[in-house]
Design a protein around this ligand. Structure first.
Ligand SMILES: Cc1cc2nc3c(=O)[nH]c(=O)nc-3n(C[C@H](O)[C@H](O)[C@H](O)COP(=O)(O)O)c2cc1C
Length: 381
């Protein structure tokens, strides 16, 4: 059994996080992952951006209408109710805290605090808040004295029992997490699906460098999909992995069947990065994402100088149209988000099959490694 500090901190069976993934709320996926021993996350971007869930049934059942904090509270309650027969199940919520989204983020964090205070029993299973896509410092205790311009909500002061994770794309941001009092840094390499950074640092470089530069535990994200990549993350110093794209292609994932099959079909060369909602995003390559690339190119040199591209209306219009086309299951005309790891995904298993195969494969690789790298073997080659 692979046992790291991850399980000690969060209480799951496996050191694996199902990533937050908009535009849908990933409610069914979160429940399935939590039941089977991983950490399931509810995704919230859609709740704030007025995007619909994957199916009308899901909209009816969970989302409903109203303020983002009320939608989130209902969703947390729904996931908790579905996990009542699973005493060890753990879940949490992903809240992007990008500047463009911070008005909604504040309401989403508030909603989370409210439901955990109103119904403390939910805290038994609700273990984690994963913030992402922005600066963690305003959400820390004593934010302003630590250097934040403005304090938001001090997450750890309000919820001392919560494990606070923050996703970051470089070492500087990881150090800021440490300063903010984040419990776990999720180091997300440029190969990851959807939100990423313009400055491309891949997981192979980012993960060990973050591990060497902070004194808090690190989880690897971006490019992970199987036992081999879990074993690699552990070798690079991580306590676990977060997977997005791999989890989309599972039976329970609340994404369209077309999206799942598109991930299975694509090779590792079939993604691209362009300007998206709240900054750069990685898309599967198709007619629609090429349109986003065309619309991004004007400001490209500025982007690589670190100057953010203004949220260009043409890009927003293309993306909203592409998200609507998902409902027609149109593979060329939809906006389909996914990581480079799409090239390593060849099946649509159940979440249980996926998690068990990852752990079994990682254990086998780790146990065979000493004999595999013995000198005599190398001479044989
Ligand atoms: C469809 C999709 C939507 C995503 N949406 C979000 C999001 O709402 N918030 C966030 O923090 N990250 C988001 N991400 C990034 C994931 O949380 C995760 O870090 C990333 O998928 C990891 O890389 P991988 O796709 O190679 O596994 C998204 C990723 C995908 C594929």
């Amino acid at each position: 059994m692979i046992l790291t500090k991850f399980q000690k901190l969060i209480g799951t069976k496996y050191p694996i996080i199902q990533a937050g993934m908009g535009p849908y709320s990933t409610t069914d996926l979160c429940i399935a992952v939590a039941k089977e021993g991983g950490l399931g996350l509810i995704s919230t971007i859609g709740m704030g951006a007025g995007l619909s869930p994957a199916t009308p049934e899901a909209a009816e059942r969970v989302f409903g209408k109203g303020r983002p904090q009320d939608i989130l509270k209902r969703t947390i309650q729904y996931v908790f109710d579905n996990l009542k027969d699973y005493p060890d199940a753990k879940f949490g919520v992903n809240i992007p805290v990008a500047t463009d989204f911070s008005y909604v983020a504040k309401r989403l964090v508030k909603g989370t605090l409210e439901i955990l205070k109103e119904k403390p029993e939910i805290h038994d299973k609700f273990a984690v808040i994963v913030t992402s896509a922005g600066d963690p410092l305003p959400w820390s205790i004593d934010a302003v004295s630590k250097g934040a311009k403005k304090a938001k909500i001090p997450i750890k002061e309000e919820l001392p029992k919560i494990v606070w994770c923050h996703v970051c794309p470089n070492v500087r941001a990881a150090k800021r997490c440490e300063k903010a009092g984040v419990d776990i840094v999720i180091a997300s390499g440029r190969e990851g699906g959807a939100h990423c950074a313009w400055r491309d640092v891949s997981s192979m470089v980012l993960l060990p460098e973050v591990v060497n530069n902070v004194n808090i535990p690190v989880v690897g994200a971006g490019g992970f999909s199987d036992g081999a990549s879990l074993a690699a993350a552990l070798a690079l110093g991580a306590i676990g992995i977060q997977m997005g794209t791999r989890f989309i292609a599972t039976k329970e994932a609340d994404f369209q069947q077309m999206w799942k099959e598109a991930i299975v079909k694509r090779a590792e060369t079939d993604t691209l990065v362009a300007r998206g909602l709240f900054g750069p995003m990685r898309f599967l390559r198709n007619t629609m994402s090429m349109k986003v690339v065309d619309a991004t190119i004007d400001g490209a040199s500025n982007l690589y100088r670190g100057i953010p591209c203004p949220s260009n209306q043409t890009i927003m219009d293309i993306e909203m149209e592409g998200l609507r086309k998902l409902y027609n299951e149109s593979e060329e005309e939809s906006i389909i988000l996914g990581g480079v790891v799409t090239g390593r995904i060849h099946s649509i298993p159940t979440v249980k099959e996926l998690l068990e195969s990852i752990i079994a494969e990682a254990e086998e690789i780790i146990s065979k490694l000493p004999s595999y790298i013995r000198k005599e073997k190398l001479i044989e080659i």
